[in-house]
Write a protein that binds this ligand. Structure first.
Ligand SMILES: Cc1cc2nc3c(=O)[nH]c(=O)nc-3n(C[C@H](O)[C@H](O)[C@H](O)COP(=O)(O)OP(=O)(O)OC[C@H]3O[C@@H](n4cnc5c(N)ncnc54)[C@H](O)[C@@H]3O)c2cc1C
Length: 472
């Protein structure tokens, strides 16, 4: 049985960071909005399997292991007791549930109609939702929604190469790792991308011996080269072993037993558990995009223009479904921009700069140009650096390896790029981000009076270093 067609200004498919933001922006502009998600726990990968769980687990690992306090002179709280899965996952489940409830309440208070079920296009303006049994309104099994504008924000899922026998084995992807039943003593990670590196660090913090295997020989190549190398060295110091330029040729595993990998070099590796972080696939297969005429590329990625319009002008796409950089932060920024354009909201302007935060241990964050990108563009630049070990707050918190690196254009000393490796890097980067957005540079930092002791003071030190380097 089906209900009559419902009409909206905007239909949003997907209730992750992109979809939730899109619905909120449209509802705040007094537009009629429907949001559809196939999961009853709203928040998508951002809340349920990605950003929030992985960062909660990282914090839990740091707290339980005492790692943060290890380099404080005379303080050693490290590994006070064996960490259990209940310790490890308990806080994550609590944080996740809080966010699920908050998102539902916010959508309700903004009068957004929420439908739980799988959405698929039947024509360019129409979406059919196969409702969850408990959501069938008046016995309906499906509902048809029509809209002037549609935003696709269906996210992405981990790729599972056929080589790895997932199932009843100790082989996980970034979704199923949250269902671990014990903390492995040895862990191999396939893929030295952001997700593989972050989880590698979390498990290393819990005391696991971690091996990261990658076909390339550079860690996170989009980073400034100095930061990439500094991060790789820091991870090696923490006990992680990288197996660069290696491919897995065979993988053997049986239920509840060790996993054995045969590598392209001929080496073999046996571990308690394996995390496969070999990239992600856009969730577009079930959408029947052909009925709407929306084109996709490799791994189901939807191509969009600068306003996040697909090849069908009234259908927009934002978030992981459009590919790199595939972050919650950028998904939110893209969705705001898409809805602002679709609904003609002049107050919604695009974010000119998108930072990148990587929650390895230590953290890394960047915004703007790298040395390599400036060299490619032929821009004359000056570098300024400041070490955490020479900063009062850095010393107090015991981060002896961290540093801030700023890139300025030589002529006006305007800030062009910010790179941070160290504790709270993903917070520290924001001072540089706002400075770049407002066109500031080295002399602004030199003039400003910063609180002491703070990591913010690193900006003044790095700017003074750059001014000195420019004069040399
Ligand atoms: C392990 C991990 C760690 C991460 N860490 C960070 C981080 O620290 N910082 C950061 O910024 N980002 C991080 N990310 C990335 C971040 O989670 C994603 O970029 C973000 O969730 C993408 O948001 P989205 O709204 O595009 O899609 P999603 O969050 O994936 O949401 C998509 C939603 O669409 C729904 N859906 C899919 N198909 C259909 C359909 N046919 N019908 C109805 N509903 C459908 C899904 O159920 C889902 O709820 C991480 C990701 C992972 C996996």
């Amino acid at each position: 049985m089906s209900n009559p067609t419902k009409k909206y200004d905007l239909v949003v498919i997907g209730g992750g960071p992109a979809g939730f933001t899109a619905a909120s922006v449209a509802a705040a502009a007094h537009k009629s909005v429907a949001l559809i998600d196939s999961h009853r726990e709203l928040g998508g990968a951002g809340i349920n399997t990605g950003t929030v769980p992985s960062k909660t687990l990282r914090e839990t690992a740091l707290a339980l292991s005492g790692l943060r306090s290890r380099s404080l002179y005379g303080v050693d709280l490290s590994l006070r007791r064996e960490v259990t899965v209940a310790d490890f996952l308990g806080h994550e489940q609590h944080v996740k549930a809080g966010f699920n409830a908050m998102i539902s309440e916010r959508l309700q208070s903004r009068k957004t109609d929420v439908y739980f079920g799988n959405a698929a296009f039947t024509d360019p303006h129409t979406v059919k939702v196969a409702l969850h049994p408990e959501d069938g309104q008046a016995g309906a099994e499906e509902i048809v929604l029509q809209a002037e504008h549609i935003l696709i924000a269906t996210g992405s899922s981990p790729v599972r190469p056929a080589l790895f026998p997932f199932g009843d084995t100790e082989i996980y992807d970034s979704d199923t790792i949250l269902k671990l039943d014990r903390i492995p003593k040895t862990l191999a990670v396939i893929g030295a991308g952001v997700i593989g590196s972050e989880y590698g660090c979390t498990f290393a913090a819990l005391g696991a011996k971690v091996h990261i295997i990658d076909g390339r020989d550079i860690l996170l190549p989009f980073l400034d080269d100095e930061i990439s190398k500094g991060l790789a060295a820091a991870l090696e110091r923490s006990g992680i072993t990288f197996h660069w330029k290696e491919k897995v040729e065979a993988c053997a595993a049986e239920a509840s037993s060790a996993v054995t990998l045969k590598l392209s070099s001929g080496a073999s590796l046996t571990v308690d558990a394996l995390l496969v972080a070999a990239g992600r696939q856009s969730n577009t297969e079930a959408l029947n995009l052909a009925a709407a005429g929306v084109a996709t590329g490799q791994r189901g990625v939807i191509t969009v223009d600068k306003n996040y319009q697909t090849n069908v002008a009234h259908i927009y796409a934002a978030g992981d479904v459009i590919g790199f950089p595939a972050l919650a932060s950028t998904s939110i920024a893209q969705a705001r921009c898409a809805v602002g354009h679709a609904l003609g909201l002049e107050s919604v302007t695009p974010s000119p700069l998108l930072p990148n935060g990587i929650y390895t241990i230590p953290e890394v964050s960047m915004v703007g140009e790298t040395e390599e990108s400036l060299q490619k563009k032929g821009i004359d630049y000056v570098v300024g650096r400041a070490k955490y070990s020479e900063n009062a707050r850095g010393q107090i918190i015991g981060d002896v390896d961290g540093f801030l690196k700023l890139l300025f254009d030589r002529q006006e000393m305007k800030l062009l790029g910010v790179h941070v490796l160290g504790e709270l890097a993903t917070e520290v980067v924001h001072i540089g981000l706002i400075t770049m957005m407002s066109g500031g540079g080295a002399h602004l930092f030199a003039e400003a009076c910063f609180n002491i002791p703070t990591l913010g003071m690193l900006y003044k030190s790095a700017a003074l270093d750059a001014i000195q380097n420019a004069a040399a």
